[in-house]
Design a binder for this molecule. Structure first.
Ligand code: TXA
Ligand code: MG
Length: 318
């Protein structure tokens, strides 16, 4: 039986005994283990069926821990940390030798993030080690934004899910690395490009496999439902193409034209992009469980969080 509870002492005891706990963050749930325990880290890779070439993000609660784990803290990284931590930003920095190679997939950098979830921050403060936490889903599947999503994926192979309710942001952190001390976005995420640029000026984006040798996790197929999924700018045309099939629609807002389709998930009543992002994965989970033939998703506006959502939906269609 998996314990689903908000007891952080229990969670701390399990993590200290080299086992895993699923932890809530404001982005998605993570599958956490002690970064210094080879046993715990190997369990993460095994449970997720994740290839060892894909590094893990280290979760911290204080800026002092950056100094413990990273060799350098470039000026623009400091500005970003100050602006967005605790929050949905991962900084990829040159690592110190004591960060195990298993965490970083043998790379000379480490991804660091200070999450903004009260329960998880309190848990991290109780531990005398940082935790590595990839999203708590099997490799390439949709990320979990509730304890129930996590439980459905792993049944009872997990001792505990720390119950922090639904994730408020609902999309993974924005990942930023540094090339000659200049920021490069490796993964679009919960903090928009516009918000990043307001702090550090223009940034380069390298989030495609072809131009991101430094971001090994930027896979073409990812965040994918089992149901065939397509992304379109013309919902009517796609509905016609799949006439006679069981269709699920994923729509941005509720006052889009009435479609004659039984299963429709709306991401936001008003079309608010932040609200839509918070609902994206739970809507995908919901439609994916209806045994439909196809999920037709309406492409979102290509601004703010819409860009990150379109990125996830594109990878879901592969
Ligand atoms: O919001 C999030 O970031 C969530 C929550 C749980 O914190 N975590 C998450 O982890 O999304 P994961 O493992 O599903 O995705 C982490 C991504 C992977 O694509 C990985 O390749 C990349 O971060 N990454 C980690 N360390 C890296 C490094 N040193 N250099 C480049 N990319 C790195
Ligand atoms: Mg993931």
């Amino acid at each position: 039986m998996t314990l689903i509870s908000n007891d952080i002492d229990k969670a701390a005891a399990i993590l200290s005994a080299n086992d895993l706990v699923a932890i809530p963050t404001e982005t998605v749930y993570g599958l956490a283990g002690n970064i210094y325990s080879e046993e715990a880290i190997k369990k993460i890779f095994t449970l997720k069926k994740r290839p060892f070439f894909n590094p893990l993000i280290v979760h911290i609660h204080s800026l002092e821990q950056v100094t413990d784990l990273a060799l350098e803290f470039p000026e623009k990284a400091k500005m970003l940390a100050q602006a967005f931590w605790p929050g949905s930003l991962t900084l990829v920095l040159k690592k110190r030798p004591q960060v195990p190679d298993l965490i970083t997939a043998g790379k000379d950098t480490v991804g660091l993030r200070m999450p903004q979830h009260e329960l998880t921050l309190a848990l991290l403060k109780k531990l005398d080690f940082p935790v590595a936490a990839p999203s708590a889903n099997p490799f390439t599947h949709i990320s979990p934004t509730s304890p129930q999503h996590v439980h459905r994926y792993f049944d009872d192979s997990l001792q505990m899910i720390l119950d922090g309710g639904n994730c408020s942001n609902g999309i993974e952190s924005t990942i930023i690395g540094f090339e000659q001390d200049e920021p490069v976005i490796y993964r679009l995420g919960s903090i928009s490009i516009e918000d990043i640029q307001a702090v550090v000026g223009a940034v380069v984006i390298k989030n495609k496999k072809e131009d991101a040798p430094d971001a090994p996790g930027m896979l073409d197929k990812h965040y994918a439902p089992r149901t065939k999924t397509i992304l379109t700018t013309d919902v009517n045309k796609s509905i016609q193409e799949y006439s006679g099939k069981q269709i699920g629609l994923l729509l941005h807002h509720s006052y889009e034209q009435a479609f004659n389709v039984k299963h429709i998930a709306y991401l936001s009543q008003s079309g608010d992009l932040k609200e839509a992002a918070s609902q994206l994965y739970s809507a995908m989970h919901q439609l994916d469980h209806l045994q439909l033939d196809v999920i037709i998703a309406h492409r979102l506006p290509d601004t703010g969080l819409g860009k990150a959502m379109n990125d996830r939906l594109e990878r879901a269609t592969k």
